[in-house]
Design a binder for this molecule. Structure first.
Ligand code: WT7
Length: 659
């Protein structure tokens, strides 16, 4: 754990007041009976209640099979189709209700009803099949926030082809790596889209990626307008033309085994290569639907807006799969919150009369910086608000509560991860009081605990910091790291499990976060304990950044440290040792920044590049990033006695301070 003592920690985490959920919220909440904790907590049968929210082709024989840990199985031998559950089953009751409400950059609006979605998903499924996509083929989707994205995902789900969505902001190189890693023979992209009102020729990334990958996938592209814009290769297939050949075709949803993979989602870890988290169909969809219902309080008649990007897990679970499984109206917005003005989010909230709003602490801090005059200009009324992705400071929470929620909406602070598929620590909003800065209690059926570095469990609610683990398995946990079971075990299980045991009770999932459980049972997440940073709610591995920087030939060695940033949470500082004979210059800095943009994407751009003569290293040569972090954050230097040259960090510090 961190070097901070528990006393210091307690002092830093001053206790906050509780806020009661408004009576009018409690009266209408989906989860209003505390018995839900006991019912769902009955392991494993309690989770049947979640699976029963879905329509199954065949009911499961067994709720949970823990016989081969940590390869757990859920709803064994059950059969279902995710696209059927998100689309077809709503047609009887609400075919003319809007499923996806899309707001384009220029203020264009598309209301896609469940009937429209049914038609479009079927036609796309037919088109994909005609292009050769078969059950279990991985389809890589590199699309921005346009309706084509959820339509393509659901079309893949319909024919049983797992999708691997690569966030549109990722670079060509990152796309290439993910196509190769997922053994994918299909890439679905688009000619372009709008960012701050400008048309970005997105398809260029695929052009470039094709030169960098080992595989030779077929490329299909949607168009942002009726006709392709810009330069598009003749080798690619235009989806809109293709769909002309499949008008009114219907594709029977493939009955998938509950354990068949629904999708892969790549995420950063502590080593250079991103990992493909593999999610199952039944357990994932059941858990995403149930948490959408009980945590987000979604009802079919609501207009729900999660202002995240579908290219990350938040958008998968809580823009597409959870909300559509419940048959609600889910809003999608193409552009940034400040385009064309800083009131854009609130303008959209007013225009569509949004009931439930979902965003990140980074966004809240940005709204707070812009000021309350923007939300005040618009007439909107949220019943429920969510934060996700990083710890929220009580100050930002209080601003959100007051200026966006009008002291009249509940807030849930939801802790989870790409790997967990859905919320694990968060309050059920009508059943627990809110406490700013705390994620709250464990979700029903979830058993978090803290262990020290030797794996000894801490007393529950001790107020002491520890490594966060999850004891019992849950239905939406990742199945494995795609193609790499060993990495799955070493990353998530080996540290705090008895890996020789075949009793699932001896296996504990390691979250990689530090946390504290206060006396009232509320959990406060302290942040990552491994070399993973959280930049504006996006997870970035320091190793990935370092290997991008090392691509620059002039660089001899590089280390990345997370610097705390008032707005983005954390930003990367890069410490660089140049090769003999190379002089530090702005041109070299530029080259380094460009390498990161090229290898990962613009969103990962380092905020500082610091040229140094040497990096702090232990005698065995391990770089002590924690000392660099101390320097970046203007903190006291931690223990330097194990260093090969203990004077190095002090020299770097003097240099940074004089810059
Ligand atoms: C990491 C997971 C889960 C969707 C978005 C991020 C941090 C997530 C919270 C929260 C404090 C949080 C953790 C976690 N995190 N939610 N409510 N409070 N920290 O998914 O990219 O997989 O990142 O985000 O550090 O491990 P992700």
């Amino acid at each position: 754990m961190a070097e901070e003592t528990d006393v210091e920690l307690e002092a830093r985490l001053t206790e906050q007041d509780y806020f009661r959920p408004p009576a009018k919220f409690v009266g209408q909440a989906n989860a209003s009976d505390p018995a839900i904790y006991d019912e769902v907590g009955e392991f494993p049968e309690g989770f049947e209640r979640y699976a029963e929210l879905l329509d199954w082709d065949e009911r499961w024989d067994e709720v949970f099979d823990g016989s081969n840990p940590p390869f757990f199985e859920w709803f064994v031998d059950g059969k279902l189709n995710a696209s059927y559950n998100c689309v077809d089953r709503h047609l009887d009751e609400r075919k003319n209700q809007t499923a996806l409400l899309w707001e384009g950059s220029e203020g264009e609006q598309e209301n896609i009803t469940y009937q429209d979605l049914y038609r479009e998903v079927n036609e796309m499924a037919a088109a994909l099949r005609a292009q050769g996509v078969e059950e279990d083929d991985v389809v890589t989707i590199h699309l921005p926030m346009v309706p084509a994205l959820p339509i393509t995902m659901l079309a893949c789900a319909r024919i049983g082809a797992p999708h691997s969505v690569v966030f549109a902001g990722f670079s060509a190189q990152a796309l290439a790596e993910r196509v190769d890693s997922a053994d994918s023979d299909y890439v679905v992209t688009i000619d372009g889209y709008y960012r701050r009102g400008e048309f970005l020729e997105h398809i260029e990334k695929t052009d470039e990626a094709l030169d960098q990958m080992d595989r030779d996938p077929q490329v299909l592209y949607w168009t942002r307008h009726d006709e392709p814009t810009g330069d598009v290769s003749d080798d690619y297939t235009n989806v809109e033309y293709l769909l002309e050949d499949h008008r009114r075709e219907r594709v029977k949803p493939v009955s998938r085994d509950a354990e068949d993979p629904l999708f892969l989602m790549y995420t950063s870890g502590t080593t250079g290569k991103p990992k493909g988290c593999q999610h199952r169909t039944g357990g994932y969809l059941a858990y995403a639907a149930a948490t959408s219902k009980y945590v987000l309080d979604i009802k079919p008649e609501d207009t729900y807006w999660c202002a995240a990007d579908i290219g990350w897990i938040t958008g998968h679970s809580y823009i597409v799969y959870g909300p559509l499984a419940l048959g609600t109206t889910s809003v999608m917005y193409e552009d940034t919150p400040d385009y064309p003005h800083k009131g854009r989010i609130w303008e959209i909230a007013e225009k569509y009369d949004v009931d439930i709003f979902h965003t990140s602490p980074t966004a809240v801090r940005m709204f707070m910086k812009w000021g309350e005059q923007y939300p005040e200009e618009y007439d909107f009324d949220f019943r429920h608000m969510t934060t996700v992705g990083e710890p929220i400071q009580p100050e930002a929470w209080l601003w959100y509560y007051k200026h966006i929620g009008d002291e009249d909406a509940v807030i849930v602070d939801t802790w989870w991860q790409t790997e967990t598929g859905g919320h694990l620590i968060t309050n059920l909003p009508a059943l627990e009081d809110m406490k700013p800065g705390s994620a709250g209690k464990a979700a029903p059926g979830i058993e978090p605990a803290l262990v020290d570095d030797r794996g000894e469990e801490l007393e529950p609610a001790s107020g002491k910091a520890g490594n966060l683990i999850i004891k019992n398995p849950w239905p939406s946990m990742l199945q494995t790291v795609y193609g790499n079971d060993e990495r799955f075990i070493s990353t998530y299980w080996a540290d705090f499990s008895d890996t020789d045991s075949d009793d699932w009770r001896d296996w504990n999932y390691k979250a990689g976060d530090g946390a504290v459980q206060a006396k009232d049972g509320y959990w406060r997440i302290l942040g990552r304990l491994d070399d993973v940073m959280n930049v504006a709610g996006h997870r970035l591995g320091t190793m990935e950044l370092e290997s991008a920087v090392s691509e620059v030939e002039k660089v001899a060695e590089a280390a990345v440290a997370a610097r705390e940033d008032a707005e983005k949470g954390e930003v990367p500082d890069v410490y660089v040792v140049l090769r003999e004979g190379i002089e530090p210059s702005d041109a070299v800095k530029q080259e380094i920044v460009e390498a990161v943009e090229r290898e990962i994407g613009k969103f990962a751009r380092p905020s500082n590049v610091i040229f140094v003569d040497d990096l702090p290293k232990t005698r065995s040569g391990k770089i002590m990033r924690r000392l660099l972090e101390n320097i970046s954050n203007g903190e006291e230097l931690g223990n330097t006695t194990t260093l090969r040259d203990p004077s190095v960090p002090e020299r770097i510090r003097e240099q940074v301070q004089s810059d």
